[in-house]
Design a protein around this ligand. Structure first.
Ligand code: NAD
Length: 354
């Protein structure tokens, strides 16, 4: 099935979509800039073995639009962008990332980029050789962004449980964490510290078991985690994991995590609500790294983790109150709230164009 890029851009309000190919490294990539109406666009670089060019293009569009929603709901004075790299055999990674650094630099600060799946500190170092518009790894940058995201997810879970139960008793709560990478492992650690029972998994079993042993928590085989009875299911692996099959098997009251675009299809938000499962929007709960990274780029300061937590918790409470007032799934209420705010700020930035 073909995709009409210009139609998709005008329908969803994208500013720019760039297709890239480098003859030397062989890299093929897309950059999508969704919104720069109030400031630069922020978004990481995802490198992934896409099954097709179409899949990569769809991903960059969805991810960059979600970043704008994340910005408006987290109060970040910027918009969304994203780059995706088609991870193909024989790709010269070092040259590929330097090439991408040149292209990010050529955008002159419209696009600030950083880590995402497949783009680690080494890749950030190659990018940073060519552009200043990138999150620098280590002490030269905003520090551990995974920790900021985990702090935000933790705050989201806390706000979600308070909404459901009133007073929160962590010791009586069980959380299943799917994915024990940069975010999931830190989230699990934080939950253990407050006394919650944590059960976790990772598709990289050796790594997952090692993390669980270190934290003293139970490891479950990948794909069995969705069937565990728990209070909270925290998706911290990849997107698209809430679909007909998993929703049928899920036994959680609350879903809140870091993974972007966690719903396979939008109608699954209604399906979860119908089943009495509270799904917090991923573009609200996963905003920690954006809050930290964006402010570091914009004013050079480091937003403390407790401020990250407070901002995410406030956004969650606002969305839950709105959803209740509108009597609809919080995910959908949050999406429409974000889109209204995007339209408003675009109109305010350029009243002649709306
Ligand atoms: P990561 O790559 O460090 O960790 C992901 C982990 O999930 C890996 O250990 C991987 O083996 C595991 N995994 C992959 N598929 C799995 C599956 N089907 N079942 C169980 N485990 C699986 O990534 P991260 O930085 O921890 O981010 C986690 C998610 O949160 C990603 O989707 C990312 O896009 C999103 N996110 C991350 C940040 C951030 O600051 N790192 C910010 C916003 C959103």
């Amino acid at each position: 099935m073909s995709i009409h890029v210009l139609d998709a851009m005008s329908r969803e309000g994208f500013e720019e979509v760039i297709a890239l190919h480098d003859r030397v490294s062989g890299v093929r990539a897309f950059i999508a800039v969704h919104d720069t109406s109030v400031g630069p666009a922020f978004g990481g670089i995802r490198r992934w073995e896409y099954l097709s060019e179409r899949q990569a293009l769809m991903d960059v569009l969805r991810l960059s639009r979600a970043m704008t929603r994340k910005c408006v709901l987290a109060g970040v004075p910027g918009g969304g962008a994203k780059a995706v790299v088609l991870d193909e055999p024989g790709l010269d990674l070092e040259r590929a990332y330097r090439f991408l650094g040149d292209r990010v630099e050529a955008l002159g600060g419209r696009f600030y980029t950083g880590p995402d799946v497949g783009t680690d500190d080494r890749a950030l170092g190659w990018l940073a050789e060519r552009t200043g518009y990138v999150t620098r790894p280590g002490d030269e940058g905003p520090g551990d962004l995974g920790a900021a995201t985990a702090a935000g997810v933790f705050a989201g879970i806390r706000a979600g449980l308070e909404h459901l139960d009133g007073e929160l008793d962590w010791k009586a709560r069980t959380v299943v964490v799917q994915g024990l990478g940069g975010v999931g492992a830190r989230l699990a650690e934080r939950l253990v510290k407050v006394g919650a029972t944590v059960v976790a998994t990772d598709i990289d079993v050796e790594h997952g078991v090692a993390v669980c042993n270190r934290l003293g928590i139970e490891f479950v085989e990948p794909s069995t985690e969705v069937t565990r009875h728990c209070d909270v299911f925290a998706p911290c692996a990849l997107g698209g994991i809430l679909h007909d099959v998993t929703i049928e098997r899920l036994h959680a009251r609350l879903i809140a995590g870091a993974a972007n675009n966690v719903l396979a299809k939008l109608h699954h938000a209604d399906e979860l609500a119908r089943r009495g499962v509270l799904l917090l929007p991923d573009f609200v709960t996963s905003a920690g790294a954006l809050i930290r990274g964006a402010h570091y780029h914009l004013d050079g300061g480091l937003v403390p983790l407790d401020e990250v937590e407070a901002r995410v918790a406030n956004a969650v409470r606002e969305v839950l109150a709105l959803a209740e007032a509108e009597d609809r799934a919080p995910f959908l209420a949050a999406r429409d709230l974000a889109d209204r705010r995007i339209a408003e700020r675009r109109a305010a930035a350029d009243p002649t164009r709306g």
